[in-house]
Design a protein around this ligand. Structure first.
Ligand SMILES: Nc1ncnc2c1ncn2[C@@H]1O[C@H](COP(=O)(O)OP(=O)(O)OP(=O)(O)O)[C@@H](O)[C@H]1O
Ligand SMILES: [Mg+2]
Length: 273
């Protein structure tokens, strides 16, 4: 996997120059700074992300959660003037390196956005589009992946008889689960979810939450949420951001019952933000 992300010689150089990852961490962030032009939005944060766990990012609007999340699969590259410094190690490779193949990286580190964004195509094509692009052409194989990813996203039973209907005919909650299925189909190792259920009704929201808990068997998940109950229900670790700083990062239970920093306590108890 690793060698698909980098040119071979560069991979060797990068491996020599970076800290080895702990076995149970999938990502290691070292002194990450992110700028939009002159303005710094993330102020040198460091954190390890555990494998097969759910990590929640919380904090008031504008504190840098989405900026951080997008840096993990290099989506900030699409924003003119955005740049990052520091390291995000994934399989011992700094994914911020210039030599990274970002298309390969985004297959391994998939992202689901706040607003469901299916393509204006059929449900089936939404899932197969990127697969075909990555070289899978056989119909039987595509059929199999479509069913498997829709099953995993808890959507199969609702759509199995209408796979060739437009994805836009689905409800918002179904569209979001389709976007999750589309990400799962690429078999990523890490899934980045930016407020994935904020636009959903309570039933769809609870389906998406169950799904996230279920997915951590196979994936490492980082989720941004403004919903404190959601963070405490589904995450193993919680990171509290404030004005681009990582204020506190600990086991979710600790953050929500006995945080070490006063600002965290004030935020989770609703005193600001
Ligand atoms: N494309 C951009 N260009 C310039 N500045 C940006 C851009 N995106 C975000 N910012 C700025 O970076 C800071 C962090 O924004 P970010 O979107 O990461 O916050 P957030 O924690 O995700 O907030 P929210 O909870 O509202 O989604 C803010 O000051 C924001 O104005
Ligand atoms: Mg955001």
């Amino acid at each position: 996997m690793v060698t698909t992300l980098l040119e071979k010689e560069t991979a060797e150089q990068t491996m020599q120059s970076t800290v080895q990852l702990q076995m149970d961490n999938i990502l290691k962030v070292n002194n990450l700074e992110i700028f939009y032009g002159e303005k710094r939005a993330v102020n040198g944060i460091s954190m390890d992300i555990e494998k097969n766990s759910v990590t929640a990012l919380i904090g008031p609007s504008g504190c840098g959660k989405s900026t951080f999340l997008r840096s993990v699969n290099r989506m900030n590259d699409l924003i003119p003037g955005a740049r990052a410094q520091g390291e995000i190690l994934y399989e011992d490779i700094n994914i911020l390196s210039e030599q990274i193949n970002v298309v390969a990286l985004r297959k391994e580190i998939g992202m689901v956005f706040q607003k469901p964004n299916p393509f204006p195509k059929s449900i089936y094509e939404n899932i197969t589009h990127a697969l075909k692009f990555s070289g899978i052409k056989k119909k039987s194989q595509l059929d199999e992946i479509v069913e498997e990813s829709l099953q995993k996203a808890a959507l199969w039973d609702e759509v199995k008889d209408r796979l060739h209907k437009s994805a836009l005919s689905l409800s918002g909650g179904q569209q979001q689960r389709l976007c999750i299925a589309r990400t799962i189909a690429m078999k990523p190792t890490v899934m980045l979810l930016d407020e994935p259920s904020s636009a959903l009704d309570p039933i769809s929201n609870s389906k998406v939450e169950d799904l996230i808990v279920d997915l951590k068997k196979d994936y490492s998940i980082i989720i941004v949420t403004h919903n404190m109950q959601q963070a405490s229900r589904i995450s193993d670790k919680t990171a509290f951001f404030l004005s681009g700083d990582l204020i506190e990062y600990d086991a979710t239970e600790k953050i929500f019952t006995n945080p070490s920093v006063k600002k965290t306590e004030e935020y989770i108890s609703g005193r600001f933000g």
